[in-house]
Design a protein. Structure first.
Length: 102
């Protein structure tokens, strides 16, 4: 008979200690090369990897612009609010906002 493990709010996954030890080591290794060098190495190893973009960089990204992955909604009292487009839902809707990034 298998004993079920019940999760409680205080339950810690068994890998928690390993993760906490590994993250600082990975951070140290990743700081040894620039992002572009890591991306080249990871892509050469056929791994999916991309740099993390801030919201403004994401909106200006060539792929995001080409696929119209961002939608803009004019919001009363706020102005234009950009968000990622849900595939298939707003594919034909064009943006009515002029892209103004600070």
């Amino acid at each position: 008979m298998t004993k079920e493990r019940k999760l409680s709010p205080t339950h810690e996954p068994p890998y928690r200690g390993l993760r906490d030890a590994l993250i600082p080591q990975l951070r140290e290794v990743f700081l040894t090369r620039p992002t572009d060098a890591w991306l080249a190495r990871l892509h050469a190893a056929d791994l999916i990897a991309e740099r993390i973009l801030n919201p403004g960089e994401w909106l200006r990204n060539v792929h995001v612009e080409a696929t119209r992955a961002a939608v803009c909604q004019q919001t009363p009292g706020v102005g234009p609010v950009y968000s990622p487009r849900t595939p298939g839902i707003a594919a034909s809707r064009r943006t009515t906002c002029a892209l103004r990034l600070i």
